[in-house]
Write a protein that binds this ligand. Structure first.
Ligand SMILES: Nc1ncnc2c1ncn2[C@@H]1O[C@H](COP(=O)(O)OP(=O)(O)O)[C@@H](O)[C@H]1O
Ligand SMILES: [Mg+2]
Length: 264
């Protein structure tokens, strides 16, 4: 059985879950919705199922619930992969560990270390460790602009756009570039997304990023550099805004395929 945990932030105008449900209907696939507020983690209600986590609330409860569900079911994405992606520190650690290009990054509680980073780079990008949608990200050149540690700060990569590549089963399937007049090109920050061809360098780096994290499907954010691309982050519950590729159908096919392979 395929079970689906709907994205809590879905709206009637922007409903990621429904798009994939419609695609599953087209494939004549059977599925049921699973609502986390009805789940008792100490009495997991299903077993041997494929559970698609379209999204969860970062409220300290829902993550534990999907962890409990993963005791007896196959989750897409796995809770471990979702947790890794939620943390920019863990994502960076895995990218570096696997040699995937990413901007020079510092994670520290030390003011001296930040000062040294600023001397080397002149300015840097501050990001909240568990941030998303571009929230809380800013460019700074003076340590007095920072509040309390921890500090996750990154070399500023000059750009006029970023790229979001959708990867399913370690295969890059769709890409857009995003442009805005400010630092963060996220769609939620007013960035405008335009479909773009997946070039070989983009394919290589995004599939390597997905493998480094070990994730069924993801959205990889990139910036262009003089010698290719660099990975900013990997999103574990990504949307596919502005993509020209048929992501809902590809997601539905992936879920059906993975559920079939559970029976083997
Ligand atoms: N090192 C950087 N240099 C220049 N711009 C950056 C850098 N890091 C992030 N940005 C901009 O900020 C956006 C959001 O950063 P990202 O790391 O993807 O965090 P979030 O999880 O908030 O989306 C990026 O898509 C990009 O437009
Ligand atoms: Mg991002």
């Amino acid at each position: 059985m395929i079970r689906i945990i709907p994205k809590p932030t879905d709206t009637p105008e922007d409903n990621s879950t429904q798009m994939v449900l419609d695609a599953l209907d087209t494939l004549n696939a059977q599925y049921e919705l699973l609502h986390l507020n009805e789940i008792n983690p100490f009495r997991v209600p299903c077993k041997g199922d494929l559970i698609w986590v379209c999204g969860i609330r970062q409220n300290g409860v829902e993550f534990e619930q999907i962890k409990a569900l993963s005791l007896t079911n196959r989750l897409v994405n796995t809770p471990d992969a979702i947790a890794t992606c939620a943390s920019k520190v863990m994502t960076s650690a895995l990218l570096c560990h696997h040699g995937v290009p990413t901007p020079e990054t510092l994670f520290t509680a030390s003011h001296e270390a930040v000062e040294e980073f600023l001397i080397k780079h002149g300015k840097a990008v501050y990001k909240p460790v568990y941030g998303f949608d571009g929230d809380g990200i800013f460019l700074f050149s003076d340590i007095s602009d920072l509040a309390e540690p921890p500090y996750y700060i990154q070399e500023y990569v000059r750009n006029d756009r970023d790229f979001r590549v959708f990867v399913i089963g370690y295969n890059a399937v769709g890409a857009i570039y995003r442009q805005s007049p400010h630092l963060t090109h996220n769609i939620h920050k007013g960035g405008v997304g335009t479909p773009v061809e997946i070039d070989p360098a983009m394919r290589e780096i995004t599939e390597a990023a997905a493998k480094a994290v070990g994730i069924d499907y993801c959205g990889v954010d990139l910036l262009r550099t003089d010698d290719g691309y660099t990975v900013l982050e990997v999103n574990g519950t990504p949307n596919w805004h502005c993509m020209a590729a048929p992501i809902p159908r590809l997601m539905a096919e992936y879920l059906v395929r993975e559920e079939e392979s559970l029976k083997k």
